[in-house]
Each structure stands twice: as C-alpha cells, then as structure tokens.
Design a protein around this ligand. Sequence first.
Ligand SMILES: [Zn+2]
Ligand SMILES: [Zn+2]
Length: 309
Amino acid sequence: MRQGGAPPTGKWVGSPLGGVSTPEPLLLADLTTRFSATAARLRALATGHPMTKWLGFMALLSDAQDKAAATLPPMPGIDPSLVEQSVAARMPPLAADGHHRHAAWRDGLAVLFEELDSKDIPESAAAVIANMRGLPVNDVEDLADGFLRGALSMGDVGAALYGAAALQVYFTRLAASLDASTLRLLPQRGLCPCCGSTPVSGLITASGPTPGTRYLYCSLCSTAWNHVRAVCITCESSGALLLKGIQGGSAAVQAETCDDCHTYAKMLYQVKDTKVDPYADDLASLGLDIMVSEAGWARHAPNPLLLVG
Ligand SMILES: [Zn+2]
Ligand SMILES: [Zn+2]
C-alpha cells in the first residue's frame, strides 16, 4: 500500500464482527507528497524555533528534492525476478551498500544544485555546492559510496549533505516503483525491508484502519514498515524501554530509550499532533537528541542529513 493511500478493503482478518485488522506490513512512499510534506512541515516548525534559519534552509533542500522527484525522467526499474530472489533470501532488494547505482542519481544532484542556486542560501552552503560541482564524476561517486557504506572522511561531511539528499531522491523513486505485495519484512525488524537502512524515526498512527500501529520510516528510501511497539528497535528487548520528552516541548515527539542496549530512537505520536512528519519532526527536535545523549543514551542511527552534526 502507498503511504497516505486509502485503506484496503476486503482485508479484514479475525472476527468479522470484531472488525480486527492487521496493519499493512509496509507502506511505499508517495512521490508526489514525500518531500513536499517534509518541506511544509519544516516551515511550520521553523516559526519561533531557536534554529529557525537552519530549518528554513532544510525546507529549501526538501523543496529541491521534491522538484527532482517530480521532474526527472523515469529511470529503468528493478527487474522483478531480482526482487523476488532477494525477498526469498530475506535480503533487501535495494540493499544500499550492494545496489548497482544508476548514473541518474547524479541528475537528481544537479537538480538540487540548480534549485538551491536560485534561493537565498548561506554563503558556506553556496561554497560547498560550488566546490562539489567542480569535482570529477569519480570523486562524486566515491562520496556516494562512502556515505552509503558509512565510511565518510571528515573532510567530506559538508558535501555529504547534498549527496545524501540526492541519494534519498534516487532510492525513494526506486522503492516507490516496487510492488509492495512482493516485499517482506526482514528478520532484522529494525532495518528497512527495501534497502536495509536504519529508520530516522517511528510514527504511531492515530487514524487509518489500524490506529496505534508503529511504523518506522526509512532514512534513505522513505519506505515505512510496521514494527511492534514496546520492543526496542535496536536490540528487540522489551524490558527496559522508557519514553522521554522535553518539558514544555511537544508531547508528540518522544525519545524511546532502552536500558539494555543504551540507545534511543525518536517516536512521533499522531494522536498528540496529526501533522507530525517523520523527517521534519526529527530534524526540528535536535534539542531532544542533545538532552537524551547527554543523559547517556546513544542515538540508534544518525539522520543522514545531520551528519554534519
Ligand atoms: Zn529503505
Ligand atoms: Zn535496546
């Protein structure tokens, strides 16, 4: 099923009178709304925020991602038999570190640069972009490989923001072209069933056919997948989880800490705020990351747009 799509009909299980339904195991991204929704939410959250300028810049980057997702010509799809083989082997069909990248991902990068060029962006960002535009193709590809394998050198982190944003567009377009009914959750439930990446955050639904369901949102290909609640998304322990929020902050954004593996992950509660966005609300709640990491828990995985720190 597509994110935000109409609930399926005829799929109710359990007692027909009880109307108990099972959650969709995974929801592929809707390309027409994925990046524009994040941009709109970032703008809403930027108002009166201590990091208003940075959130405004990230909204421009999301606009540029939206433009790339909407205007780039179609790419060659993934061979369905390869998807079938990966799924049968319980492997992600678009494995971020093994997938053979099509050169079209760099067309997305070019769109990001063009879009940001026409906007009022900080000089430091413009300098990084100018430098990146002058790089030989091989260096840009090495940067992408380094990012996808989690092996960036410190000198690359500025450029990595744009590489990561372009790779999000590329992998989101590819994942959105798959048929959700052919995919399965991985045995490692904390990883994306399409590309094997870690999530940015989790969202607990308040509406739809199965309210109260937790979906984790992929940091790379934007796929959402179901993950049982009250179980740590890093170590799968259920004994030592606690929710922590910022006093006076949004009750919709909480850090779920685990005292077994000493990690935390952010959870967004739609019931407290129907407008939460897994990507925007994660960036705008950096204060919660700082509070929880100072108290001794490590974030389960970085947000790829925040590698700069
Ligand atoms: Zn993914
Ligand atoms: Zn844990």
